[in-house]
Design a protein. Structure first.
Length: 425
């Protein structure tokens, strides 16, 4: 899976395993060897579906899931019987039933090379050794990749994604002017979530082109973001395409309460004026323009003009691209922005509410305005709880998406029973 989903997971697993030594009672773990699947069966979307399928089960047993950089998945539960774990592993095998890895052999637990089950209460050292090995393997893998990147010459790009060149940018822009981008056009809700565990309430949806999906589709061997200034130029082309797509959108609900991520220069373009004129007055809802901090700072006077123009048109301004390290340097009032989108860092994954890092972040959140912060890239409920403890009420990310999907499935009723049955050992 991509690095943004797996960064530091091996380290987190090792830390978690070490802390289990004093809390091993009634704990069981499972190691899914998904790295052994055929390449065509372990793409990002396959692994996301697998993790999503596991989440309800693991949460019901007070557990945690860790997704390794090599695509393996490890999860730990409390109170689950070995029969319960057998059942959930069989569901995983059913998901990947077309792969030879799911064929059981004569292994001790009956799951062959697909999975290894651990009774942590009696096999703690064995599970700890697994965590140590996965951590060590990942460090070695990263070291090898760094060495390859340093040694890579002009003819060695098979395993290393090369930076975007001006020539490639020119060809890519020509393709983007004609290409159907609907497959890489995404919508993601920004939701209000109260402390009383109420269901997420969508406030507006971000409409955007997935750069990762675009790269995989158009130039899989090229790192589109490696050259910052060429990437900036590329985003301006994408801005124009997105605005044209939205101007011609047949789904009128698409343009009711939304946000779009644009460059400052795009706000002053003819395409933006055409897009704005296409919106129906009176039914516009919440309209938000997200601007990158680095783009604002590169031409501040132009930003001030564009900001005032957008506000006059009824748009709220959201400062995007803010990390916890950058937050102390942000003056929301001085910049005149309405919202700040803060990327949730690993600090939000701690279960220690008195963590020094969390306390420092909470102070900065209070300074810029608790009700003005959107906590983005939220991957689990712990991130939501830590954000709520700071006074943050708006959240965005994969975890929020999953909750909304579960709610939607619940409204649609239970799924029809499957005809196919998987034989138990």
């Amino acid at each position: 899976m991509s690095n943004d989903l797996n960064s530091g997971q091996e380290s987190m697993l090792l830390d978690f395993a070490q802390r289990l030594e004093r809390h091993r009672a009634d704990r069981r773990g499972v190691h899914l060897h998904l790295s052994l699947l055929k390449p065509q069966n372990r793409r990002d979307h396959h692994l996301r579906i697998a993790v999503n399928t596991l989440e309800d089960f693991v949460r019901a047993y007070e557990g945690q899931i860790f997704t390794m950089g090599n695509a393996d998945v490890v999860f730990v539960c409390k109170g689950a019987s070995m029969t319960d774990l057998d059942d959930v592993v069989m569901r995983m095998r059913y998901l990947f039933s077309d792969d030879p890895l799911t064929n059981a052999d004569s292994s001790e637990d009956g799951h062959g090379k697909f999975a290894t089950l651990y009774n942590i209460e009696s096999q703690f050292q064995r599970f700890l050794d697994l965590a140590k090995r996965l951590y060590s393997d990942e460090q070695q893998r990263k070291k090898r990749l760094q060495q390859i990147a340093q040694q890579a010459g002009e003819g060695m790009a098979a395993e290393v994604r090369r930076p975007l060149t001006p020539q490639q940018l020119g060809r890519l822009e020509e393709v983007l002017e004609r290409a159907d981008l609907s497959a890489v056009f995404k919508r993601q809700a920004i939701c209000a979530i109260g402390k009383d565990d109420t269901a997420p309430k969508p406030m507006f949806r971000e409409l955007f082109i997935s750069i990762m999906d675009l790269a995989t589709t158009v130039l899989p061997d090229v790192d589109l973001v490696a050259n910052r200034w060429l990437f900036q130029h590329l985003t301006q082309t994408l801005d124009r395409r997105v605005l044209k797509m939205l101007t011609r959108a047949e789904d009128s609900g698409l343009l009711n309460s939304f946000s779009i991520n644009l460059n400052v220069s795009t706000l002053l373009s003819r395409e933006f004026l055409d897009f704005d004129n296409s919106l129906r007055m009176g039914s516009r809802g919440t309209l938000v323009v997200e601007l990158q901090f680095i783009d604002i700072m590169s031409d501040f006077s132009n930003y001030l003009f564009a900001r005032d123009f957008a506000r006059e048109k009824g748009y709220r301004i959201c400062l995007d691209g803010i990390t916890t390290d950058l937050l102390p340097f942000v003056d929301r009032h001085g910049l005149g922005v309405d919202l700040i989108k803060l990327a949730a860092s690993s600090a939000f994954k701690t279960d220690d509410p008195d963590s020094g890092n969390l306390q420092e972040i909470a102070q900065e959140v209070a300074r810029v305005g608790k009700g003005r912060v959107i906590l983005a890239r939220v991957d689990n409920d712990l991130m939501v709880k830590n954000g709520q403890a700071m006074g943050v009420t708006m959240f965005q990310g994969r975890y929020v998406d999953h909750v909304l999907q579960r709610i939607a499935r619940g409204r649609a009723g239970p799924p029809a029973p499957k005809v196919r049955q998987t034989a138990r050992r």
